[in-house]
Design a protein around this ligand. Sequence first.
Ligand SMILES: C[S@@+](CC[C@H](N)C(=O)[O-])C[C@H]1O[C@@H](n2cnc3c(N)ncnc32)[C@H](O)[C@@H]1O
Length: 218
Amino acid sequence: MKAVRRLFARLPIARSSRAYAFGLQHLHVPPEAWVLDIGAGQGYGSAYLSRVLPQATVVGLDIAFECLRPERLSPGPRPPHFVQGDARALPFRAEAFDLVTLVMTFHCLPQPRQVLSEAYRVLRPGGALLLADVDGRHWMRRPFEWVERAFISPHTRVYPPETWRAWARDAGFARVAFYKRPSRRGGFLLWMVAHKAEAPEPGSPEAQPERAKALRSA
Ligand SMILES: C[S@@+](CC[C@H](N)C(=O)[O-])C[C@H]1O[C@@H](n2cnc3c(N)ncnc32)[C@H](O)[C@@H]1O
């Protein structure tokens, strides 16, 4: 199984820099952002992020780095930091990151809702989540699940966009938007960008729950 995973990881299809690139077109990322790439895998995506965001601090997290070869990566001037850890209990303090990416990782997670809650916790107010994965409405979803379950992970499950949206909202996210690449056959991948609401201005009604409640009921 491990050998098959390694072989699969070498295929060009397993390198999803283009999925990161398309997602970043729909986001504003501050130049000196802290970026957490959950499910960094071989590290190509994290290296890509460090190239296109050269002043950013990029952290690539994975539960097992069995396919990571840092010497094969072409990182930016500030290479990513790779941290082994479980996305269901992220080893970072709250509000540490400006951007969290989950690229081709959501379908492998045993508890995806817990991971969304953790992503929300570690994002600063105003920060963004970028999720890119197989679109659960695509006809290839089933064959993809069969192959992945047989060779990569028994947890593999592909979800439709309504599920992404409902779980993101349950985790606390707002401003949830979906994007597809233009494609005649419907496109295999789907991108979602969701934000953690900005902290209210000190002194504003939103910052004073009692006042906000009084205003709402007036
Ligand atoms: C298909 S790879 C994605 C690689 C990378 N994001 C890319 O697009 O090139 C999915 C990764 O998610 C990782 N993963 C699965 N469950 C995880 C968990 N609970 N915590 C952290 N990483 C996890 C796997 O080990 C695997 O490396």
